[in-house]
Design a protein around this ligand. Structure first.
Ligand code: F6R
Length: 241
């Protein structure tokens, strides 16, 4: 694993955008694995800036997102599809038909998972996976537990995760209780992984995940077994790392 310690959030965002830009330039028809959450917003803003300057072309890129709340429509402003459209896709020249997010409205859970697995397979897996890190060590919505789930599955969100995400909703009651997430197996099959961690609040979990034992209790710890991971953090998150 390589560690890049950036000065602050903006610097970390530029570094992550550098890595994504290199991927898109080297392989214009690459498959990007994308994440939502607060962390990658700066990275996406930087990618948009570079696209507007004419330095990046996303016309042949495909993207596969990590996760989606179960029950939220793409038009719901808290859905991850809405997030991706507004924070990235609407502002670059990616073809929306080539962007995938699990279908939050599919009534049949198993079908939603099977369909998403098929999408990942048909595209030959992910070239570059972007990850944020949950306060409890989750990646995607793979929550602490007793196993590493291989494939896309439906999860019951932990209280910590629902509380962490409640800030985006009007009340705790509105925070969905379930979500679809890409499995750890699919994440681990990505050729290259960039984990972005910023802020003091992530200091403890980043140590646990990358310097502690590999355990499903800290799902991100499995990344220690991947051969091409870059951890991009800022000084606040990586202090003492
Ligand atoms: C989002 C996702 C989550 C977040 C994680 C960190 O698609 O899969 O695992 O990456 O919850 O979220 P932030 O960046 O808001 O701290």
């Amino acid at each position: 694993m390589r560690v890049y310690c950036a000065k602050d959030y903006n610097h970390a965002s530029r570094v992550a955008a550098n890595i994504i830009s290199a991927q898109v330039i080297m392989k214009p028809d690459c498959v990007l694995g994308l994440a939502t959450g607060s962390t990658p917003i700066g990275t996406y803003e930087e990618l948009i800036r570079r696209y507007e300057q004419g330095d990046l072309d996303f016309s042949k890129v495909h993207s596969i997102n990590l996760d989606e709340y179960r029950g939220l429509s793409p038009e719901n402003d808290q859905s991850y599809r809405y997030f991706m459209n507004t924070h990235l896709f609407d502002s670059i020249n990616i073809d929306k038909k080539n962007t995938y997010v699990p279908d939050g409205l599919e009534p049949d859970k198993d079908k939603a998972c099977r369909d998403y697995e098929e999408i990942i397979k048909v595209h030959g897996g992910v070239d570059l996976q972007i990850l944020g890190l949950g306060h409890n060590g989750h990646i995607g919505f793979n929550e602490p537990g007793s196993t590493f789930e291989k494939e896309t599955h439906c999860v019951t969100l932990s209280d910590t995760t629902r509380e962490a995400n409640a800030r985006f909703f009007n009340s705790m009651d509105e925070v969905p209780t379930e979500a679809y997430t890409m499995g750890i197996g699919s994440i681990m099959q990505a050729k290259k992984i960039v984990v972005i961690v910023t802020g003091e609040g992530k200091r403890e979990i980043v140590k646990k995940a990358f310097q502690g034992p590999i355990t499903p209790e800290v799902q991100a710890s499995v990344l220690q077994l991947h051969s091409d991971v870059i951890l991009v953090g800022d000084e606040a998150a990586l202090a003492g790392f």
